[in-house]
Design a protein around this ligand. Structure first.
Ligand SMILES: Cc1cc2nc3c(=O)[nH]c(=O)nc-3n(C[C@H](O)[C@H](O)[C@H](O)COP(=O)(O)OP(=O)(O)OC[C@H]3O[C@@H](n4cnc5c(N)ncnc54)[C@H](O)[C@@H]3O)c2cc1C
Length: 453
């Protein structure tokens, strides 16, 4: 009998397992292969990420994981030259103003919206104890135009979400802390000597983001069992029993690292309250359309990191990343490789369009971003993620609180996954590392109790 069963072989479950060296464990994964959202396909020499295209280099746990996997030396940093981020508004591309001088000269915001931003340091703190939405917080501090032109596109790009829905404290806790500690975001940036540019740099691996999960899976060897969907969970005298169609697994500890609706199903018979809290976490569908084009196809060659659509623009997609610029090794030479994100909570119905209509929408958006098109794509693929990204909506903190309380109540039961400790790959790895430490502590505690006087 393994001492630990981990349910779900996405990056969260794989990270937890890889931090438990020396522990007898098994990871049970429903799909035919591990990786969850983090998978990469190779097509005629191109490296195509189906889900994430990297992670930010800001998490020490991620650095430790890369080192554990022997990958630290091969990490690929996003091309420095591709740092310009664009926002499409009023029918044209604007560089995102990430420095004070760019902010003053940008045509993305009218003069009155810039003046509105300038009063931010003089505003009082917001109400205490209120779970504000991102839109409420930003409109209060920086004005509604800033929500529509700056934060809306960013929230759609990172969370595939609408700022009206997301909880500031859950989705952007650092921003909430900045106001709580310094009263003003500007004062906080001055104190921290940072501008408005996102912290950290995007990075990946030579064979794409999927190389991370592939290496994690390989390192686990026969401690990973695919094609094994967990269907039930119950408590036994000595610990836990995990039910699958092929038989049961008994263990001292169980880590649920599957998506929230699956965790809810497994918890329903044990704790209806936590099942309900998990069921209340919504997911936004996302489709990634990856297309390759001969260079020179467009009037304006894509240059920079990518473009996001401002709110109110009739673009029909969330935005497009210029992969051949960011990671030149992922495309064929003489080709432009683009990655267009469709749907999210912004236009969820778009992910259900039939293939040709979907492509038409993506190509129309490319026309808006890059002008006239002179060639047909040399490759195109659409990757559908019907339950793509969990939405940290207002009230999320209390749902996470209910999950943490359940973990405290049930000895030997642990929760991981992108619906709890952050949606980024690096966040999932960080949560996995923390959960693994808790599992070790539990195993030591139970062993000490068994050996006790
Ligand atoms: C389109 C897209 C783009 C993204 N881009 C980025 C990005 O650029 N950078 C970034 O940092 N993050 C990005 N993310 C977010 C990030 O990829 C995810 O948050 C992360 O991969 C989630 O990992 P996870 O293991 O928590 O969940 P999942 O990847 O969902 O893994 C859960 C696993 O559980 C398995 N499972 C389900 N039910 C059962 C069951 N009953 N029994 C056993 N196993 C089960 C599933 O098959 C799956 O393998 C993106 C996400 C999407 C969808």
């Amino acid at each position: 009998m393994p001492r630990v069963v981990i349910v779900g072989g996405g990056v969260s479950g794989l990270a937890t397992a890889n931090c438990l060296d020396g522990v007898d464990l098994i990871v049970l994964e429903a799909a035919a292969s591990a990786g969850g959202n983090v998978r990469t396909e190779h097509i005629d020499g191109r490296i195509i990420d189906k889900g994430p295209n990297g992670w930010l280099n800001t998490a020490p746990a991620m650095d430790r994981m890369l080192s554990r996997l022997g990958l630290s030396d091969v990490v690929v940093q996003a091309n420095d030259k591709a740092h310009t981020r664009w926002i499409y508004a009023d029918g044209k591309m604007h560089p995102a103003p990430l420095t004070p001088s760019a902010f003053f000269s940008t045509s993305l915001l009218p003069w009155w919206a810039k003046l509105r931003v300038l009063i931010e340091p003089f505003l009082p703190r917001g109400p205490e104890g209120v779970d504000e939405s991102v839109a409420q917080f930003v409109a209060r501090r920086l004005g509604q135009k800033f929500v529509d032109r700056m934060v809306g596109p960013m929230v759609a790009g990172i969370h595939a979400a609408r700022p009206e829905d997301l909880s500031l404290a859950s989705a952007f806790p650092k921003m909430a802390e900045m106001e709580a500690q310094y009263r003003s975001l500007f004062l906080a940036m001055l104190a921290k000597k940072r501008g408005g540019a996102p912290a950290g740099q995007l990075q990946t691996l030579p064979q794409g983001a999927g190389q991370l999960t592939d290496t994690m899976a390989t390192r686990l060897g026969d401690r990973l069992q695919c094609d094994t969907a967990v269907e039930g969970l119950s408590q036994t005298k000595d610990g836990w029993r995990v039910h699958t169609a092929g038989g049961d697994f008994d263990a001292e500890a169980v880590v649920l690292a599957c998506p929230a609706p699956v965790q809810a199903k497994l918890m329903r018979g044990l704790d209806a309250g936590v099942a309900e809290a998990l069921d209340e976490i919504p997911y936004a569908p996302v489709t990634v359309v990856v297309s390759a084009w001969p260079s020179g196809t467009f009037d304006q060659a894509p240059s920079g990191f990518g473009v996001l659509a401002a709110r109110g623009e009739r673009v029909g997609v969330l935005g497009t990343l210029f992969t051949s610029e960011t990671y030149p090794n992922q495309s064929k030479s003489g080709e432009i490789l683009l990655r267009t994100m469709v749907g999210g909570a912004v236009h969820p119905a778009a992910t259900k369009l039939d293939h040709q209509t979907l492509l038409g929408r993506v190509y129309d958006a490319h026309g808006l971003f890059f002008g006239k098109r002179r060639a047909e794509p040399t490759m195109v693929r659409a990757y559908h993620h019907p339950a793509g990204i969990p939405q940290y909506t207002v009230g999320h903190q209390s749902r996470v609180g209910a999950v943490c309380a359940a973990a405290d109540r049930f000895g030997g039961l642990f929760f991981a996954g992108n619906h709890l400790g952050g949606i980024g790959v690096k966040d999932c790895v960080t949560t996995g590392e923390q959960v693994a430490a808790n599992v070790r502590a539990w195993l030591e505690l139970t062993a000490a109790t068994e050996d006790g006087p």
